[in-house]
Ligand binder design. Sequence first.
Ligand SMILES: Nc1ncnc2c1ncn2[C@@H]1O[C@H](COP(=O)(O)OP(=O)(O)O)[C@@H](O)[C@H]1O
Ligand SMILES: [Mg+2]
Length: 245
Amino acid sequence: MSRIHEALKKAELERAASQGGATEVHDANANPSPEYAPQATPGMAASTGPSFGAAYSFDALLARCPQGLWHPDQKTMLFFNGDEQAYGTEEFRTLRSRLYQIREKQGLRKLLISSSLPKEGKSFVAANLAQVIVRQQGRRVLLIDADLRGPQLHNNFGTTSTPGLAEYLRGENDEFGVMQRGPMENLFFIPSGKAMTNPGELVANGRLKFLLSRVEPLLTGSSLIRRRLSQFPTPRCWPTIATAF
Ligand SMILES: Nc1ncnc2c1ncn2[C@@H]1O[C@H](COP(=O)(O)OP(=O)(O)O)[C@@H](O)[C@H]1O
Ligand SMILES: [Mg+2]
């Protein structure tokens, strides 16, 4: 028995030596490893360039993400026109209540709204759900337009599409560089960035996961919404929005 044990031990030592003496433990649930962290682009000033590794607080986020001027589309952005009873607003309040009911039973932190075809209302629902949630005191929402092929949400909000998620995934900007704030308090928005034809590799490079791990603590107890395209089997399928409460 001891000879078997010694043989196993020897094999283990040889294996460790062949790996440079290091023993790695892979934990699928662990925080994203540093390789997921986007690397700062060389040449960027330390004070203003990407700061992917540094911890930050919600106050720091507010300070570095000043409110910008948005021109929301009055027809489709239901909560920006000041009419509390506008057609469709009650449906979004109902949807919000249902989500909170679900959250009481399970740890609902992210919500994905998807459909199989374009023009089925994903952007419309994403944007208005985000608005109706932040209308409740203390709720924060981050909406991410991850439809890298067909960016749309920036048009709904009447703001710019770049820099956005695509630039973050490429390591060109950090969170502060891509996150926008408009006139509605606690509603944060990351536009899609520059449109591309084949975003699959970029979305799968792990940086989206890293981004969410960075911003989620700031939104704990509140909401995080993200639109995304991802692991659907055909390019015609467009999962769109996720939210974490
Ligand atoms: N429930 C709705 N009520 C009114 N207009 C809607 C509704 N859902 C979608 N639309 C409109 O339909 C069009 C396509 O919706 P959009 O959200 O851009 O679709 P998707 O994101 O799925 O491609 C937009 O002009 C949008 O304003
Ligand atoms: Mg859309």
